[in-house]
Design a binder for this molecule. Structure first.
Ligand code: KG4
Ligand code: ZN
Length: 351
């Protein structure tokens, strides 16, 4: 990995507590040329040194994806280099492979991949035959993604955006057994159309979010939340540690219990899937894979079952370009190049 430049849009979207699609497209447009220039400079490379150009085809926000696809097509055409289209989710899985390669570890296959981010909570069985990767989607969320639940609960409690790192940090100061949320089960019936996945391997986080809301209402936490939200809004660049003096024990316990419920559910279903599909390892990737309690629980469960669990470094957990290049490499070797009709695919699936 010669360079991995990231242009974060967190500051742009923070005042709205979520991604505003129009602002995201505009920022992409403003950033794409400077980011590519910075990446080339940091790598000490010129365009002539490149073997190919890789770009995210989907899934994601149409406007943001289009900026990338059109720029990559233009660059590939002008440089007369092959263009490789990559699925964003495949990118997250390859972030782990890139990490394993950096550490000269090999990954036992087939592997069970959990991609857990702001937009996805998906389980895949991934394997490689003659250099080509194949994925089978065996589980997913029927409503909110895990990262979305972190973000919504953080917003509800008057914390900053994105919510995951705030909850991660504050949860260390609370008792995760204080609020017994109980295991999350998804009933088969309403999701019959999605028979590809067993209901045992389906996720659902919107009920948990509602349970947190109900707890806040019955414990009359509203006024305390309003005070916290205003105090944090008044600070310049507030950090999770700034919220600690603004949280009472009841709030910290609620945060820790919510996080424990999400982590327990992810661990339980991911290991159940690994057992059902006889995978030789587990990889966990996506923004939520940065969560410390999640890492601890996955690693402990992996140790007790003698099943290797691999995470990307924190830098490669959240969205980045290196993972797209990593996923593109086996496609380049196999000659799987995109044609001029390539366009953005906002709801592209994998497997
Ligand atoms: O993969 P990512 O950067 O972007 C998407 O493709 O969605 O993931 C962003 C998500 C957000 O929901 C954010 O709150 C969550 O990852 N996240 C975390 C942590 N760091 C980021 N969630 C829990 N704990 C964290 N430490
Ligand atoms: Zn992502």
């Amino acid at each position: 990995m010669l360079s991995n430049v990231i242009a974060s849009q967190v500051r742009t979207h923070a005042p709205y507590g979520g991604v505003v699609p129009e602002l995201a497209s505009r920022e992409h447009l403003q950033n794409i040329v400077p980011v590519v220039r910075a990446a080339m400079e940091e790598a000490g490379s010129t365009f002539a040194d490149l073997d190919a150009i890789a770009v995210t085809e989907g899934p994601g926000l149409a406007g943001a994806l289009l900026v990338g696809v059109m720029y990559a097509k233009g660059l590939a055409f002008a440089l007369n280099k092959p263009l490789i289209a990559v699925n964003h989710l495949e990118g997250h899985i390859h972030a782990v492979l890139l990490e394993a390669k950096k550490q000269e570890q090999s990954l036992a296959l087939p592997t069970l991949a959990l991609v857990v981010s702001g937009g996805h909570t998906h389980l895949y069985v991934a394997e490689q035959t003659r250099g080509t990767w194949h994925y089978k989607n065996i589980g997913k969320t029927v409503d909110d993604a895990a990262g979305e639940a972190f973000d919504k609960v953080a917003k509800l409690l008057g914390l900053g955006y994105p919510g995951g790192p705030w909850i991660d940090w504050l949860a260390q100061h609370g008792d995760p057994r204080a609020v017994p949320f109980g295991p999350i089960t998804v009933k088969q019936k309403p999701y019959r159309a999605q028979q590809k996945q067993s209901p045992r391997l389906l996720f659902s986080f919107s009920g948990l979010k509602t349970a947190v809301l109900r707890y806040v209402q019955t414990h009359e936490m509203g006024p305390r939340i309003a005070v916290r939200r205003l105090a944090l809004a008044d600070m310049h660049d507030a950090k999770p540690s700034d919220a600690l003096p603004l949280c009472d024990t009841e709030t910290l316990n609620l945060i820790a219990s919510f996080q424990r419920a999400v982590v327990d559910d992810l661990v339980r279903k991911t290991f159940a899937a690994a057992e059902t599909f006889h995978t030789a390892s587990i990889v966990v990737s996506g923004g939520v894979a940065a969560n410390r309690e999640l890492r601890r629980h996955f690693l402990a469960e992996g140790r007790s079952r003698a099943l290797p669990v691999i995470f990307p470094s924190l830098e490669l957990s959240t969205d980045n370009a290196a993972m797209i290049a990593a996923a593109a490499w086996p496609k380049f070797v196999a000659g799987d190049v995109a044609t001029e009709i390539l366009t953005a695919e906002p709801s592209l699936s994998l497997g």
